[in-house]
Design a protein around this ligand. Structure first.
Ligand SMILES: [Zn+2]
Length: 277
């Protein structure tokens, strides 16, 4: 089945991973800006990183027939430095009309601090002023519920936010309902050691239905599995779910969400043909 991974950090992965993803049926992916493995010392570090996301990664993906899209921001971890964050936010508009840039992300909270909240709100303001979509990171483990609640409150307090153009990622059983009930899109991240497993993601689809739900692998610096979305496809098939329901979550939903971005120029494959798993 052809699929799209809507949240995967390919800068931390090898070219062999692109090849494996292509063989598994991945036809497109989107890469939110995140932590580089070190805290960048200046705004120029972010400028170079954005050039890598917009310039080189689409080429590397293209060698295997995968379309690469991206999102720009300063991540929550580095947003603790508010002065640097403001320099990055001021620079981002220069990149927003470049090919494949889908919006502002992944912004959000990491440790739920005041500085992170300040920078989150300034990113939201940027996205609204520039008419961009938003992709949001929610904190890990014990900080997740409170952080997700804080994020939803900040979004809902701003009447300018179009909730259909916001994706809240890394949802789990205790946060997904809040995100969907408020009218946002929700992403489930499939991870070997924390976050969701393919089985838990399948449970969530069974409980809530496929509307506004996405699955992704995150594929980052830590223990993560770039082929986690095919694992979800297999788990759904094992449970006897229809191909159309599975395709809705792993293909139709990402296309529907991304299509709200003016830079989402997508060349769809022939979806009547089976591919990958
Ligand atoms: Zn991420």
């Amino acid at each position: 089945m052809y699929y799209i991974d809507p949240h995967i950090h390919m800068v931390s992965r090898t070219t062999d991973d692109y090849e494996t993803l292509a063989k598994m049926g991945c036809v497109a992916l989107s890469e939110p800006a995140f932590w580089a493995g070190y805290d960048r010392g200046s705004v120029d570090g972010f400028r170079d990183y954005f050039e890598q996301l917009i310039g080189f990664e689409p080429k590397r993906a293209g060698w295997y027939g995968i379309q690469h899209f991206c999102w720009l921001c300063i991540n929550a971890k580095e947003a603790e430095n508010v002065a640097l964050a403001r320099e990055v936010i001021a620079m981002i508009p220069q990149f927003l009309d470049r090919p494949g840039v889908l919006g502002i992300g992944e912004i959000g909270l990491n440790k739920n601090t005041k500085n992170e909240a300040t920078v989150f709100l300034e990113h939201i303001d940027l996205a609204i002023r520039t008419d961009e979509q938003i992709l949001i990171h929610t904190p890990h483990l014990e900080d997740k519920y409170q952080g997700t609640r804080m994020i939803l409150d900040m979004l809902c307090d701003d009447g300018r936010v179009n909730r259909e153009r916001v994706l809240v990622d890394h949802v789990e059983e205790h946060t997904v309902r809040h995100v969907l009930d408020e009218g946002f899109w929700a992403g489930m991240t499939l991870y070997p050691v924390s976050k969701c497993t393919p089985g838990r993601a399948a449970d969530i689809v069974e409980l809530y239905g496929p509307e506004r739900l996405l699955v992704n692998s995150a594929g980052d610096w830590g223990p993560s599995k770039p082929t986690a979305v095919p694992d979800f496809i297999l788990e759904m098939r094992r449970r006897g779910h229809s191909e159309s329901l599975i395709r809705r979550v792993v293909y139709d939903n990402p296309v529907a969400f991304f299509s709200q971005s003016r830079n989402f120029v997508f060349n769809p494959p022939d979806v009547t043909e089976a591919a990958g798993v």
